[in-house]
Design a protein around this ligand. Structure first.
Ligand code: GTP
Ligand code: SPV
Ligand code: MN
Length: 601
């Protein structure tokens, strides 16, 4: 028996911290306390007073630094450990009884071994620290699509971020106490030693154990660990989808709004598309864009057969570098107040700064806290982030709080592809759409540790996040094609096609609305396209390109189709599907072969 279990339970010395009315929750908290041995246990209620006290505590111990309160009221800087700056995919595991259930797309460990490994790390790790118990809800608190969790952590930075990113505190606890099942997430920053760092998931137990990192998706367990890895597993069994997708509403001059969900890999443009500002001509005509979510989408079929989506999050944990008044004015407006910045640079008067901010200021301190020296690298870490409440975004959609969710008209897949892949094309039907998602490729970014710019398959932008075997995941996607279903149309986009000079050929950002307008036109049966083996491909003249100057090379590459190049791509897609063995749905093999044959013919 573990000797620690004999230790007396630590004091719950914080007022209003008596625990929960739910014995199962209290029991788990007591078990964790016996293992980790914190000095104090604090049950978080999500109140403003609690948040202010956390801030004071972090300012006092150096976890946070004050930013200029005249220009950025209520905003603070956190510098993470310099070796703890991104998700760690090589240290992230899915623990299912059978290795095959986690699939070749995940690192696997047997649950017993996973628990033993993690519990050894957690033993006594909170001595001298406060253990925070965070009840949270992913999704509007009154939504049947929402799901609850409780994260236990020894990081006040995690508590502060979870308060912004989720519906955290008393209301969530009430929902759990009234009978909602909840995900149990245990987290400790440990010693922030990369050699003692693991992010472990136990989908069958609705449990997460994360040790040794304080960063983003590794530590804010409501986000990728719960809302994608565990939720995707739940969704499969309950008939819904948990996806790495933004949700955006496009309102046309007639006042009709169509909602689009788009899956792009990490740091490939979700936040930007979700907060898009229409080009001048569109604004004049009355087009509006509404942000529902920028990273995660949960959707399920409604009574009318359409897919309805909620954003399970309540805030944005967005990439700072590249965010400017030009590229993403809504994000920039959102982060003027009450924002936690992580790993950005700082100006002489303590304003946050990053590469691409382009506001005429210069940094004096880099993300490590050293004097800025351009020769030694960027001022902001490439994966520097801001954490801010969704409600601060000027384009925040009131529908984001709708417990029923929003109906989805189009699903968009996309990645960073310097060559081959045109600006946009449309799937012929649902099965073809699922293949397009399954075949997605993208160049890697700084959102995860490892090499940047390497092309890899990242199906549906879920390679790091699918909590089970991709073959079963694709089968689950295919299963939505049922009698009575009114499924969205499926598209593929590529904002990142480059010309011979290595520069992007498409202006991107606000101009991406031109592509969204074409998609909505397709949904309504109004916009044109040519049929090709890879799908319905628009001509340049099928889009509104008023005011966009495209070179002949750009026109050819953005709207063209290279049969030989695509034929090689489809051979590689075929190989990829075969890596999953007999579990891969035959329908996807058939679709791949049909298109490969058409390309060769
Ligand atoms: P995660 O939060 O990591 O899941 O990422 P995200 O998909 O929300 O990424 P984000 O929108 O923050 O985009 C990150 C990078 O993509 C930044 O460097 C942007 O400048 C760049 N980007 C976004 N949209 C476009 C675009 O339309 N064209 C080009 N060229 N770059 C873009
Ligand atoms: C991503 O990497 O896709 C993110 C950031 O959105 S993190 O929360 O760290 O996963
Ligand atoms: Mn993401």
């Amino acid at each position: 028996m573990n000797a620690n279990l004999k230790d007396p339970a630590p004091a719950t010395s914080v007022p209003g911290s008596a625990g929960s009315a739910l014995p199962a929750l209290n029991q788990w908290v007591a078990q964790v306390a016996a293992l980790t041995r914190p000095d104090t246990i604090q049950w978080c209620d999500g109140s403003d007073a609690e948040y202010q006290a956390l801030l004071q505590r972090m300012l006092a111990d150096g976890t946070l630094e004050t930013l200029n309160q005249d220009t950025h009221p209520g905003s603070y800087l956190h510098r993470s450990h310099p070796e703890d700056v991104a998700r760690v995919e090589h240290l992230t595991f899915v623990c299912t009884n059978e290795r095959e259930d986690a699939g070749p797309n995940n690192h696997w460990m047997a649950p017993r071994e996973g628990h033993a490994k993690m519990d050894a790390l957690f033993e006594g790790c909170m001595k001298g620290r406060t253990m925070y118990v965070i009840p949270y809800c992913m999704g509007p608190i009154d939504s049947p699509l929402a799901r609850c969790g409780v994260e236990i952590t020894d990081s006040p930075y995690v508590v502060a971020n979870m308060r912004t990113m989720t519906r955290m505190g008393a209301a969530a606890l009430k929902r759990i106490e009234s009978g909602d099942s909840f995900v149990r997430g245990l987290h400790s920053i440990g010693e922030l030693d990369p050699e003692r760092r693991f992010i472990m998931h136990f989908p069958d137990e609705l449990a997460i154990k994360s040790f040794g990192s304080g960063y983003g998706g590794n530590a804010l367990l409501g986000k990728k660990c719960h809302a994608l890895r565990i939720a995707s597993h739940q969704a499969r069994h309950e008939g819904w989808l948990a996806e790495h997708m933004l949700i955006v509403g496009i309102e046309n001059p007639q006042g009709e709004t169509h909602y689009v969900a788009a899956a792009f890999p990490s740091a490939c443009g979700k936040t930007n598309l979700a907060m898009l500002i229409p080009p001048e001509g569109y604004r004049r005509d009355g087009w509006k864009v509404w942000t529902v979510g920028d990273d995660i989408c949960w959707m399920r079929p409604g009574a009318d057969g359409r897919l309805y989506a909620i954003n399970p999050e309540a805030g944005y944990f967005g990439v700072a570098p590249g965010t400017s008044a030009k590229s993403n004015p809504n994000a920039l407006a959102s982060i003027q107040t009450n924002t936690i910045f992580t790993n950005v640079g700082v100006t002489a008067d303590h304003q946050p700064w990053w590469e691409g901010l382009d506001n005429g200021q210069t940094p004096v301190t880099d993300w490590r806290g050293n004097a800025f020296d351009a020769a030694k690298g960027p001022a902001a870490h490439p994966n520097a982030r801001f954490t801010v409440s969704a409600r601060q975004c000027p384009s925040y959609s009131p529908e984001a709080e709708n417990p029923a969710g929003v109906p989805i008209s189009a699903i968009v897949f996309g990645g960073r592809r310097a060559s081959l892949v045109p600006l946009v094309f449309e799937a012929r039907d649902w099965t073809h759409g699922v293949l397009i998602g399954a075949a997605m490729g993208s160049e890697t970014t700084a959102a995860a540790t490892g090499a940047v710019g390497v092309m890899r398959r990242d199906p549906m932008a879920m390679k790091p996040f699918c909590g089970y075997n991709f073959a079963d995941y694709f089968a689950h996607w295919l299963s939505f094609d049922q009698a009575g279903a009114k499924l969205p149309k499926v598209f593929h986009v590529n904002w990142f096609r480059k010309g011979d000079d290595g520069k992007f050929l498409w202006p991107g950002f606000g101009d991406n609305l031109r592509v969204l307008e074409w998609m909505i036109g397709r949904v309504k049966g109004e916009a044109g396209a040519a049929d090709t083996p890879i799908g319905h491909l628009p001509k340049a003249s099928d889009l509104n390109l008023d005011g966009v100057a495209l070179s002949d090379e750009a026109q050819a590459k953005l709207f063209g189709f290279d049969p030989a190049g695509w034929s090689a791509e489809f051979d590689s897609i075929g190989e990829y599907l075969r890596e999953y063995g007999p579990r891969m749905p035959q329908a996807l093999h058939d679709e791949q072969q049909r298109i490969a044959a058409a390309l060769k013919g």
